[in-house]
Design a protein around this ligand. Structure first.
Ligand code: SAH
Length: 213
């Protein structure tokens, strides 16, 4: 890798995230030790420890570190159990989660991205991850229910399938919803009831409806 001193750079990034309000020390520790530069094209690796989203090909982006830290904290507030991720992309969010929960199930609609993400998980020696090429609007029925579900692309509306696959016993969904104006929703299931709150405005690529790529 061309990035030298990535541990020092990652530490600095984590200090920035702490200053921006990320409080969960476990999350900060995992971000500090996960090599983000390995999740992107080498030509962009020099920007890997900046707090920005970056292009990863196929019109997609690796999420901003602050957003990864925030969404991970929102999941961990509720569970360290089985978590479904929709939108594997580079696999960065997947790798962060896998170091903090018992198992991550991750669905991605673009096979090329999924293939590279899978290889990264092996290289990083992360084995509590199951990946699937599929449509995230459908969730992952055969592995449900999930203690947590995290969606890393913005949905036009909350997918019913994801609500149905939440554990009735306080399963939690973290999902950006909207088109031009998006907000990050936290939805918690109590049996047949769903409690909803907003964590404010966000910006993600769209959760695509249609054929797999
Ligand atoms: N967490 C990823 C974010 C990638 S961007 C990272 O940090 O790298 C969002 C991802 O969601 C893209 O890879 C995109 O292909 C995927 N996506 C969009 N619509 C989808 C759908 N309907 N089903 C599954 N994945 C989808």
């Amino acid at each position: 890798m061309k990035v030298t001193n990535h541990q020092g750079l990652a530490k600095r990034l984590v200090e920035k995230l702490r200053a921006l309000g990320i409080r969960d020390q476990q999350v900060l520790d995992v971000l500090a030790r996960t090599p983000r530069h390995e999740f992107m094209p080498e030509s962009l690796a020099h920007q890997a420890y900046e707090n920005t989203a970056l292009p990863i090909g196929n019109g997609q982006t690796i999420s901003q570190p602050y957003m990864v830290a925030k969404m991970t904290s929102l999941i961990l507030e509720q569970t360290h159990g089985r978590v479904l991720e929709i939108g594997t992309g580079s696999g960065y969010q997947t790798a962060i989660l896998a170091q903090l929960v018992s198992h991550v199930y991750s669905v991605e609609r673009i096979s090329q991205l999924q293939y590279h993400a899978q290889r990264r998980m092996k290289r990083l020696d992360l084995h509590n991850i199951s990946m699937r090429h599929g449509d995230g609007w459908q969730g992952w029925v055969s592995k449900a229910p999930f203690d947590g579900i995290i969606v890393t692309a913005a949905a036009s509306h909350v997918p019913d399938a994801l609500l149905a696959q939440l554990s009735p016993d306080q399963g939690r969904l973290v999902i950006p919803v909207g088109a031009q104006q998006q907000e990050l929703l936290v939805i918690e299931r109590r049996g047949d009831e769903f409690l909803k709150r907003s964590e404010g405005a966000v910006r993600f690529v769209p959760l695509v409806q249609g054929d797999l790529a």
